[in-house]
Design a protein around this ligand. Structure first.
Ligand code: GLU
Length: 311
């Protein structure tokens, strides 16, 4: 991959200006707080392997992390279970929506950690005696990935818990299959709070960079997870991170990523950088429309596509 990131990163505000002209997509309305998102919001950030962070305007505007939390929940679950989480969850893409009411055939395990069934389980596998304990551990872990103290938006968490009917259904289904070890409502409560952690593009880029840098946060210097965990997580981001749009994403952007319904996208380009775009209008697969365009441009500009050999 390219080592030429320095030559281009000053263009983030130019890139933001270009993608802001895009008017496609619509803001998620699954909870009132997301329905009220500013459709014009657009923040971009890059966090390089040397710890340099570059940002555009609005890179400090926070939204709830939503599904962009899933790679980090998987990482924390792998860490806290000593890798046993890999026996309890599949790693195959589903080709289905993020909240499909479907488990792995034959095992009743969640299909992968990037869909809701999987994240309900990974959030429950993080160490802690109860909802409070697991939430505290998750917020501390996410903060280590971001190199700053993050917090839960309690209103968002409340709405997610109350209105997440499909998540309640998935948790009960896993209970029935014997693959969810905690109470269904507790599983949804922890997952809802994890989705409600506030992040801006800067924080999300640093989180992506930590996975890209073998689990070592390039800003704080902290080894947040072992290299093997980071490798496993980024591998699954590559195959499952954009739900039923993962194949198209890998062809057009070619960088492991995770999308979210709040309009955030986190990228991890192994050994090079982490990046994030936050812009709420979404396409049919729940991917930020401006985020996709920005990521395609960043990938092309910085030579990040993992399968594009230099001619
Ligand atoms: N909190 C959302 C849900 O569970 C996350 C979905 C997403 O961001 O893709 O429905």
């Amino acid at each position: 991959m390219s080592g030429s990131t320095d030559a281009h990163v000053h263009d983030l505000d130019d890139l933001r200006g270009r993608v802001r002209a895009e008017r496609g997509g619509s803001v998620d309305d699954s909870i009132p707080q997301l329905a009220q998102a500013d459709p014009d919001l657009c923040g971009l950030a890059l966090a390089l392997a040397d710890g340099t962070v570059r940002t555009s305007a609005q890179a400090d505007v926070a939204v709830s992390v939503q599904s962009a939390v899933k790679p980090f929940l998987f990482a924390l679950a792998l860490l806290d279970t000593g890798g046993d989480a890999l026996d309890r969850i599949g790693i195959e893409p589903t080709g289905e929506a993020f909240d499909a009411i479907k488990l792995e055939t034959g095992t009743g395990r969640p299909p992968n950690p990037m869909v809701n069934a999987g994240a309900l389980l990974t959030a429950s596998l993080v160490e802690g005696d109860d909802v409070e304990g697991r939430t505290e551990r998750i917020v501390a872990g996410l903060s280590a990935f971001a190199a700053r103290d993050l917090e839960v938006d309690e209103d968002v968490a409340h709405s997610e818990h109350l209105l997440g009917d499909r998540n309640h259904a998935l948790a009960h289904l896993m209970r029935a299959e014997g693959t969810m070890h905690v109470g269904a409502d507790d599983a949804v409560a922890v997952y809802a709070r994890a989705c409600a952690v506030l992040v801006d593009a800067r924080s999300l880029a640093v989180m992506g960079a930590t996975l890209a840098c073998a689990g070592r946060n390039p800003v704080s210097g902290e080894q947040v997870v072992p290299p093997r965990v980071a490798r496993d997580v980024v591998s699954v981001m590559a195959t499952c991170g954009v739900y039923d749009g993962s194949g198209r994403w890998m062809r057009s952007v070619g960088v492991p990523a995770k999308s979210s319904v709040s309009g955030g996208i986190v990228l991890s380009a192994p050994g090079v950088l982490g990046a994030a775009v936050i812009s709420p209008p979404l396409d049919a697969q729940g991917t930020s429309v401006r985020g996709r365009i920005a990521c395609e441009e960043l990938s092309a500009d910085l030579g990040l596509h993992v399968f594009a050999a230099k001619p």
